[in-house]
Design a protein around this ligand. Sequence first.
Ligand code: ZN
Length: 437
Amino acid sequence: MGVTSPWNELCRDGIGEDIYSLAAEIYPICRSITGEGVRRTLDHLARHIDLCVREIPTGTQVFDWTVPREWNIRDAYIKNSAGERIVDVQACNLHVLGYSTPVHAKLHLDELRKHVFTLPDQPDLIPYRTSYYAERWGFCMTHNQLMSLPDDLYEVMIDSSLEEGSLTFGEYFHKGDSDEEFLLSAHICHPSLANDNCSGLALLTHLAKRLAGLKTRYSYRFLFAPGTIGAITWLAYNEPIVHRIRHGLVLSCVGDGGGPTYKKSRRSNADIDRAMMHVMRHAAPSPTVLEFSPYGYDERQYCSPGFNLPVGLFQRSQFGRFPEYHTSADNLDFIAPEHLASSYRMICAAIEIVERNCNPINLLPKCEPQLGRRGLYSAVGGDKDGPARSMALLWVLNLADGEHSLLDIAERADLPFRTISEAADILSESGLLTRAC
Ligand code: ZN
């Protein structure tokens, strides 16, 4: 139909594989809310995008919180009396309780059990556990393994450090025509969990990489920060500029085959809320839309009342609702290139909406203009989408009274935004419409 969209460029082939391979690359790294794991992960992302990395010192006051001491881990194991490593953090980094204090001791089984976390209902899986704000040490293992341990004298060793250091986050900024921003944020604080952090980090990195070549209306800010304390720290340092954020999305768990799920911003009727609902309705057979609640990922901070930013949460399966969540089953087999690609396309479609949305005005509003004489019916006919495109022309002309946006028209016409937007382009080229944004 003669209209090309620069947004097709964002979604060209191979995106799912690109995202998956980056997720697989960062999956083995032992991350936490601070420490070398975060830095090493950011190093991997920085091979694709021009990342700005910030270090905020331990002890820095950020609103009601304090940047914690930095945690690093070199090794952790449990050995039996024969000297065999029966639990080894080198084999799976979920084995150590995140933020464990260092320990080196010999214990009998009954003492050891007080420091072991398992999932009795999922006895083959290792749980993911942390203790950021209470000092303790611990191990995680499968329930079956714990049940099979004989009484013995076990050597436990956690070679970790909790010291003055810093909290690390990374940002990538794409400058658009306007200073108004679209914020995209993913957490970087989980160890080897593929869906719950690697998928979002990898998807946003590749989105940033492809967006870099495009001229955009909005500026785009990509934030890779540890959950909760990272978002709080970023907000504390960026308070003077957050008013520029016009749209925002937190991404997590974007690589599994469930959902899609969208949790609305606290405002509940922000442009991003409407855009995501529209996109999901046209992209998926049974999307789930949730009202805002003050629990979840970093939308909790962005949507706290002192900020109230238009930021929603996009996921495939809802966190906490899938059995693999926060266990060793959230591994690279649980995510797939096709699901990553479809999540990516939905985010791109929402970006396309906020980029192209405007309130058009019909320049010949008295009765219908003659479309046939202008060759406009033939311009949209010829394939199976021809009738929808013809209807799109009529809907745009009818609702282009300055009161309705293209998204309003798409919703009213029950047609995908792009069909409506392309119809508006054709009408503009024919001199029947102005589409000043
Ligand atoms: Zn999580």
